[in-house]
Design a protein around this ligand. Structure first.
Ligand code: PEP
Length: 254
């Protein structure tokens, strides 16, 4: 199980270091749980330096460029992250897809770059409200997945890829998919991955994201096919993020 925070474009350096220190001192009390925090680029190195001794807590990025280097002002590559000992990034978050117009094609190019560099990823998918209202969410997510992933992944990469189902209507809105809605989609994604990539894909971790907070984390994390959470707003405060980690530690299926 993975409990990952996505800080987006929030916090000062001082607030960031304090948050990482608080999570580090709270610790992870169950070996089956990994904790991650996807932080803004300037904070990657100072935050990860605080976690050099922590086996279960890591710092990741929120985005990469699809090229490995070149004239791309303002961008950051997978190899740059790895050279700073940052080993994973989020790719395809809905804010990147909608606010920065990243198509499935762009997302796929980023995934391919991460695979080529051996950088771990959390690949996000999820449908907007109008698609769910039409009852077409499974087709939409299936299409996003198939168009965002390369046709084949090296055997050695399967341990580095995590998926996140994040219904767009639930991100930052306070609305959450019900445990049943989330479980249904997660089971669908797992079946889809297995039928496309075979048995290696069966054990892939699929996180739920969309207004997860202490008040709803347990019942979401308890669902059979939900293997953790990608948490925005509630990851910005030590108290709520640590409370979600504590709840994850109690989940019986892990
Ligand atoms: C996210 O940004 O990935 C997210 C799930 O945000 P929030 O928890 O604030 O809905």
């Amino acid at each position: 199980m993975l409990i990952a925070g996505n800080w987006k474009m929030n916090l000062t350096l001082e607030e960031s270091l304090n948050l990482v220190k608080a999570v580090r001192s709270a610790g992870v009390k169950n070996e089956a749980i990994k904790v991650g925090m996807a932080v803004p680029f300037p904070y990657l190195v100072p935050c990860s330096e605080l976690l050099e001794e922590s086996e279960n807590i890591s710092i990741g990025a929120q985005n990469i460029h699809a090229e490995s280097n070149g004239a791309f002002t303002g961008e950051t590559s997978a190899d740059m992250l790895l050279s700073c000992r940052i080993e994973w990034t989020i790719i395809g978050h809905s804010e990147r897809r909608y606010l920065f117009h990243e198509s499935n094609e762009v997302v796929k190019a980023k995934v391919e770059r991460a695979v080529a560099s051996n950088l771990g990823i959390i690949l996000c998918v999820g449908e907007p409200k109008e698609v769910r209202n039409r009852g077409e969410e499974e087709d939409f997510v299936s299409n996003q997945l198939m168009e965002s992933l390369p046709a084949e992944l090296p055997d050695s990469y399967w341990s580095k890829i995590v998926l996140a189902y994040e219904p767009v209507w639930a991100i930052g809105t306070g609305l959450t998919a019900s445990p049943k809605q989330a479980q249904t989609m997660h089971a669908f994604i797992r079946r889809q991955m297995e039928s496309t990539f075979g048995s290696r894909a069966k054990g892939i971790s699929i996180l739920y994201g969309g207004s997860m907070k202490p008040g709803n984390a347990s019942e979401l994390l308890d669902q059979q096919d939900i293997d953790g959470g990608l948490i925005g707003g509630a990851s910005l405060k030590a108290e709520s993020f640590i409370e979600i980690i504590r709840q994850a530690e109690q989940i019986e299926k892990i």
